[in-house]
Design a protein around this ligand. Structure first.
Ligand code: A4P
Ligand code: MG
Length: 215
């Protein structure tokens, strides 16, 4: 299993927008603490790879957000939702942010909307799904903001990519590492297949079949 981190010269993310936690305001020099967060990315409609790449780039371009690591990419069997929906591509990314969880989630929703995300049926097919899994120690259980994401610890399509880049991160409510949570999730035949280690940039070479359109 793979993924890449800042400083890894093979998968260098440094050409993403520069980010600083130092802000100048009215001539003052302020230093703002950053929060480490995890975001799941998924798509099972249209050109899935294109949607996911656009999603990662748009997240990194958000003011006050810097992507620090991107997981490998997996094709996964749909869990729940209507029969006959197409297979997903799933991944995860790690980011530093100065935004609070509600602001970040609102920005993720805007990025989904830019990829023509339509919400009709629960767990139905989607061009781009961006779920805020973990935002530092933030805990919220309102309908609008559930952090940590309530189902992440039961799902291989979330935990396998997360463990590429953040196996050591401790779930803020359950108090166990992502790697230990993954150990407890049972795999089923064909539930998840590694399709690319490096995929998130247009320059990354991936099997061109990943670009097929899913209806
Ligand atoms: N919302 C509240 N908190 C959050 C958060 N931390 N992150 C709200 C994202 N959204 C959050 O989300 C439903 C509502 O949750 C929104 O109003 C949002 O503001 P949604 O994106 O509209 O719909 P969803 O993603 O289908 O909902 P949900 O319940 O989060 O779904 P899940 O549990 O994430 O499941 N199978 C495979 N193989 N791969 C997948 O990626 N994804 C799902 C979605 C089902 N099956 C899948 C996959
Ligand atoms: Mg979602």
């Amino acid at each position: 299993m793979g993924g890449c981190e800042v400083g890894d010269n093979v998968n260098d993310l440094c050409s993403y927008t520069s980010f600083t936690d130092e802000f100048h305001h009215d001539g003052c020099h302020l230093v703002t603490a950053t929060v480490d967060c995890l975001i799941a990315v998924g798509s099972n409609l249209g050109d899935r790879l294109d949607h996911l790449r656009a999603g990662v780039a748009a997240i990194d371009a958000l003011p006050g957000v810097r992507v620090t690591a991107v997981s490998a990419l997996y094709e996964t069997a749909p869990v729940g939702g209507p029969d006959q929906q197409g297979p997903y591509l799933n991944g995860a990314l790690r980011a530093e942010t100065i935004c609070d969880a509600a602001e970040l989630l609102a920005d993720l929703h805007k990025i989904e909307a830019e990829r023509n995300r339509v919400r009709r049926i629960r767990w139905g097919p989607r061009t781009l799904d961006l779920d805020l899994l973990v935002h530092g120690d933030t805990v919220s259980d309102t309908k609008e903001l559930q952090v940590p994401h309530p189902r992440q610890h039961e799902r291989r399509f979330v935990l396998v990519p997360v463990c590429d880049i953040a196996g050591d991160v401790v779930h803020p409510v359950i108090g166990r590492s992502m790697a230990s949570l993954l150990n407890d999730v049972v795999s089923t035949d064909g539930d998840l297949t590694l399709v690319a280690q490096r995929w998130h940039r247009n320059s990354d070479e991936v099997d061109s079949r990943l670009h097929r359109e899913i209806e």
